[in-house]
Design a protein around this ligand. Structure first.
Ligand SMILES: NC(=O)c1ccc[n+]([C@@H]2O[C@H](COP(=O)([O-])OP(=O)(O)OC[C@H]3O[C@@H](n4cnc5c(N)ncnc54)[C@H](OP(=O)(O)O)[C@@H]3O)[C@@H](O)[C@H]2O)c1
Length: 336
């Protein structure tokens, strides 16, 4: 094991869209695990849209990063030193770590990784936090029923691609909204979505929804917000459910944009609109993990990861989330 460690630090709060100036790669000493902790050689790290909220100096559901902090996020890697009874050197684990070559993980919070089920990056995507978000968000907030029409925005991303496939498993008609033809083709040709809309080449979202969801929308899983969401609200059926998972279209806004207000539509539809936070389901993560591993292992759910090579490119991988560079889960390969 090396004594040195390269780690990305958060050095500047963005004003609007983040840039590479927000990050600095520094050489530090390798951390030392304390009782209950694991020192892990990071193989892959996760970049996620919610991290944009942590760059603000104001309360959000995730604690703000302070200037100078090492950036935090999901990692998967190999234990090189264990101070926790359940793990030993050589074990593969996933957990909450840092954007660095070596990272200390809380052993109680870490989960074992089984490379026979899926490759390591899947444990940051479909078998990690995004997969659990899809699982609980759709099933518990969206409450899909056979025959429902389910619309998913951000459909070709880590959460959305899993949501659509779980909805299909539940006998729903699934429509995805994503930003390129390559993404919409992946949804319909490979993942079994019934239809998909490329919002970048569609001027009239409402007319597009009329075509692909002629019976209206029973469940809307919203990862995005903005005009796509405005259009879906006009199509909500009686007693529809809207699961508000993310609003990435607004994460770089300094002020909340004021558009036409769509709430009157909820009176006619009596729709339920509910925010969700994956950590609220923490006591049942093992249930989701077991089911998702079974689906992935049997091929019932497909997954894809976009891999950026090298720790030095982690900020680019993060920034690419806001320009739609990823298909499926965006990860960074730090080591073999
Ligand atoms: N509530 C929770 O507990 C929870 C947990 C995990 C994630 N989330 C949220 O769920 C959403 C999806 O997360 P993820 O990890 O699966 O990310 P992701 O979908 O894998 O990556 C982000 C995607 O968002 C799309 N996007 C970016 N800017 C956009 C814009 N202005 N308008 C429309 N689409 C835009 C891009 O795809 P296109 O090419 O399609 O534009 C991009 O690939 C995010 O909003 C995230 O914050 C919430």
């Amino acid at each position: 094991m090396s004594d040195s460690n390269r780690a990305w630090h958060f050095v500047e709060r963005p004003d609007g869209e983040p840039t590479s100036d927000c990050f600095e790669l520094r050489e530090t000493e390798s951390p030392t695990p304390r009782f209950g902790e694991l020192l892990v050689r990071v193989h892959y790290l996760s970049v996620d849209p919610y991290m944009r909220g942590r760059m603000r100096d104001s309360a959000s559901y995730a604690e703000p990063w302070q200037l100078g902090d090492i950036l935090q996020g999901g990692v998967v890697g190999e234990v090189v030193e264990s101070e926790h009874d359940a793990y030993e050197s050589g074990d593969l684990v996933a957990g909450r770590g840092t954007w660095s070559e070596y990272s200390v993980l809380d052993g109680d919070d870490a989960t074992p990784v089984d490379p026979d089920v899926a490759g390591l990056p899947a444990y940051l995507g479909v078998l990690g936090m995004p997969g659990r978000t899809a699982y609980f968000g759709l099933l518990e907030v969206g409450e899909p029923r056979p025959g429902d029409t389910v619309v998913v925005s951000g459909a070709a991303g880590a959460v959305g691609s899993t949501v659509g496939q779980i909805a299909s498993q539940n006998g729903c008609r699934v429509v995805g909204v994503a930003g390129t033809d390559e993404k919409t083709a992946w949804l319909t040709d490979d993942l079994g979505f019934d239809a998909a809309i490329n919002y970048e080449t569609t001027d009239d979202y409402r007319a597009a929804l009329d075509d692909v969801a002629p019976d209206g929308v029973d469940v809307y899983f919203d990862n995005v917000g903005g005009p796509i969401t405005d259009a879906v609200f006009t199509k909500l059926n009686l007693d529809a459910r809207v699961a508000v998972c993310g609003q990435i279209a607004h994460y770089n806004d300094e002020e909340v944009p004021m558009g036409p207000r769509k709430l009157p539509l909820l009176i006619a539809s009596r729709a339920k609109v509910e925010g969700l936070l994956v950590s609220d389901y923490a006591t049942r993560f093992d249930v989701a993990r077991e089911q998702l591993e079974a689906w992935v292992g049997s091929g019932a759910i497909e997954h894809r990861e976009t891999v950026v090579e090298g720790l030095e490119n982690a900020p680019d991988a993060f920034l690419g989330l806001f320009s739609g560079d990823n298909i499926g889960k965006q990860v960074v390969r730090v080591a073999e």
